[in-house]
Design a protein around this ligand. Structure first.
Ligand code: TYM
Length: 346
């Protein structure tokens, strides 16, 4: 596959159940980008092991994320779907980027601070250098666009910083070897829409997350219709009806979140939802949201279950995807080694 101007890369960690935030903030948008882009979608298992994982659960989760990609409509024949650990160039480029990125840059990463918690001394070195691996994922394929949820924004800024420093540190060498005036592109994050940050159903100030203790805080992609409906019915709200204007959602985090979810599932903006439900009480809006969520999510979870019944077929798709990814990755790595000045025939 040769490089075109509109390559998309993104990744999802195989750590626990995928939820509505992962789906609306990322996977649903991956599906939409397939038209007109060359997409590389990766199950980032090397990122997963920055925190301790049970090996058997990890294998299951790698297949679960792959099944979610496929069930949502990602086409592994036209695009590339694979798991990161099968393409060793990710780890290799991450090492090079560890030598480009500065300690101060990584020290500022808020996600590291959140994940490491109070006991930073006990966090893995991998968790600290996680953003270098993420930059490697993206730049190995010289991706132009990266669709992600809002929580990844800082990591994508760091990816651009690493690309810029690499291009700058080696500018003479890059030109001398005939790669022009820069080697890596300035990747653009694609963050936006009404579900860039889906919040917990129990607390509008916290993002919906796999690691939140209460399962009622999130809708999992594999939840059955009754569970989805129950979680929406019990979602925290305030006592007021929905506002008549979209501006009225400001300061009403829970209402804003539910309207955003409705909008994203239905491919409209929040204003369109408000024009239909503005002034209506939650007793009317919640059942409509539950029906919509069930209508759109139930076929995906049914398809996931169906795919997961044939794990060998999922593994074949991952192996074939890894072969296609490697074809691109080896070229980048060969050139990066040359730029650094390493000696050898590969
Ligand atoms: P991860 O696995 O935590 O999440 C996968 C995707 O889901 C998005 N997301 C959300 N979007 C909206 N609302 C939420 N509550 C919500 N929770 C999660 C994430 O923003 C993400 O897009 N570091 C990444 C994985 C990664 C990656 C990459 C992404 C590794 N290498 C290269 C892009 C490019 C992560 O942990 O995502």
């Amino acid at each position: 596959m040769s490089k075109s101007k509109n390559r998309v890369f993104s990744g999802v960690q195989p750590t626990g159940n995928l939820h509505l935030g992962n789906y609306l903030g990322a996977i649903k948008r991956f599906v939409a980008l397939q038209d007109g882009h060359e997409c590389v979608y990766c199950v980032v298992d090397l990122h997963a092991v920055t925190m301790r994982q049970d090996p058997e659960e990890l294998s299951d989760n790698i297949r679960n994320v792959t099944a979610a990609f496929l069930a949502s409509g990602i086409d592994p024949q036209k695009h590339i779907v694979f798991n990161q650990s099968q393409v060793s160039q990710h780890a290799e480029l991450a090492w090079m980027f560890n030598c480009v990125a500065r300690m101060g840059w990584l020290n500022r990463m808020t996600q590291f601070k959140e994940k490491a918690g109070k006991n930073r001394e006990n966090a893995s070195v991998g968790l600290f250098s996680y953003p270098s691996l993420m930059a490697a994922d993206i730049l190995l394929y010289k991706a132009d666009f990266v669709p992600v949820g809002e929580d990844q924004k800082q990591h994508l800024e760091l990816t651009r910083d690493i690309a810029a420093k690499f291009n700058n540190d080696f500018c003479e060498r890059i030109a001398k070897l005939g790669f022009g005036d820069s080697y890596f592109p300035m990747t653009e994050p694609l963050i936006g829409g009404p579900a860039a940050r889906v919040m917990s159903l129990r607390d509008g100030a916290k993002k919906m997350s796999k690691s939140e203790a209460s399962d009622m805080s999130r809708i999992n992609l594999i939840d059955d219709p009754d569970t989805i409906a129950k979680k929406i019915r019990k979602a925290k709200t305030d006592a007021e009806p929905l506002p008549e204007e979209v501006e009225g959602l400001a300061g009403r985090a829970e209402a804003d979140n539910l309207v955003g979810i409705f909008a994203a599932i239905n491919d409209v903006d929040k204003a369109a939802v408000i024009s239909e439900y503005g002034g209506k009480p939650f007793s009317e809006f919640k059942p409509a949201l539950a029906d919509l969520a069930v209508e759109k999510l139930a076929p995906i979870s049914a398809k996931m279950r169906h795919l997961l019944a044939e794990p060998d077929e999922i593994d074949t798709i991952l192996n074939e995807g890894a072969d296609k990814a490697r074809e691109i990755a080896v070229v980048t790595m060969r050139e990066v080694r040359e730029i650094f000045g390493f000696v050898g025939a590969k």
